[in-house]
Unconditional design. Structure first.
Length: 304
């Protein structure tokens, strides 16, 4: 007769997975049980604390919608998202560094022509983004789809706004590289912004006296056939939150100098009505297989 006490319970739960046919699932479940049980023992977790944890996770799930993923946000602020990214991209071999996808990726973006203004309806200082996609030796990669998204001048993504369902995307688009691997577009200069704090993750941030800020950045998802998908940000040099990003997503290589320009025309020859900013960045792709990620809400609909 087994004794289900704090000394023997863990082994009994692990044994319960002995018939799991998939060895990887068996291993993951066993390690999860070990880690959770060790946490309970090390902390002498109380009933009230465990009850609060269950309630916190319940509210986290209830906060999720088709355009908001509170569990991704939780993973991000605990550093789990970046840790998963790190263990899956240990050897970059000269390829551009990766970082978190974030909770505001909503799936395939609308294709737009080079030079399009993806923030035409938004106020803010104008920025011209000039980028290129290459292999590790600098050979340009043509016909590569690149998804772009970033927050507005108030720090909100389009999917956070009530009008998103009726008015559609803003500061979000897909570009396809030309024969020289290049793509370029207009937008507004991003600003640093807080993660959403109106849910349980924000509650945790406030209670633990952490700040909720992310440094200014633009998201890029580069999906070249024959290469590993690249999920990354380009951050603005000089942002005061670069060293304390609430989701731990900054890497030195991903920080770009943004030039303030007063030229009468932008790089594509079209006139500039006021001083503007120039971002340039080259993405180097690592050979390999893989698929670009899908937002979890969309995957859930497919599985259903």
């Amino acid at each position: 007769m087994p004794q289900f006490n704090d000394a023997e319970l863990t082994a009994a739960v692990i044994r319960s997975f002995e018939e799991t046919p998939d060895p990887r699932i068996k291993f993951l479940m066993e390690e999860l049980v070990k880690s959770l049980h060790d946490y309970v023992r090390k902390t002498d977790l109380s009933f009230d604390e465990w009850g609060y944890a269950i309630d916190f996770l319940t509210r986290t799930g209830q906060k999720c919608t088709s355009s908001r993923q509170e569990f991704i946000l939780l993973s991000d602020v605990l550093g789990v998202s970046m840790l998963v990214d790190a263990v899956n991209h240990r050897e970059r071999g000269g390829a551009t560094e990766t970082t978190v996808l974030g909770p505001f990726y909503v799936g395939e973006h609308k294709p737009m022509p080079h030079g399009a203004d993806i923030s035409a309806d938004l106020a803010g200082e104008r920025m011209f983004v000039k980028s290129r996609v290459t292999d590790l030796k600098g050979k340009p990669l043509a016909n590569v789809p690149v998804d772009i998204w970033h927050a507005d001048g108030d720090g909100y993504y389009d999917s956070q706004k009530p009008e998103y369902a009726t008015e559609g995307p803003s500061s979000r688009a897909r570009f396809v590289t030309d024969a020289d691997g290049r793509f370029y577009f207009r937008t507004i200069l991003p600003c640093s912004y807080p993660i959403p704090t109106d849910g349980p993750v924000g509650e945790m941030i406030i209670q633990t006296r952490r700040h909720a800020m992310r440094p200014a950045h633009v998201h890029f998802l580069v999906n070249a056939p024959g290469y590993q998908p690249l999920i990354t940000h380009v951050f603005m040099e000089g942002d005061k939150y670069l060293d304390s990003d609430v989701v731990f997503g900054v890497k030195d290589e991903l920080v770009a100098k943004i030039e303030r320009r007063t030229d009468a025309a932008m790089p594509d020859g079209k006139p500039a009505a006021a001083p503007w900013h120039l971002m340039t960045y080259e993405f180097r792709m690592k050979p390999g297989a893989g698929e670009a990620p899908k937002p979890l809400a969309s995957k859930a609909k497919e599985d259903a």
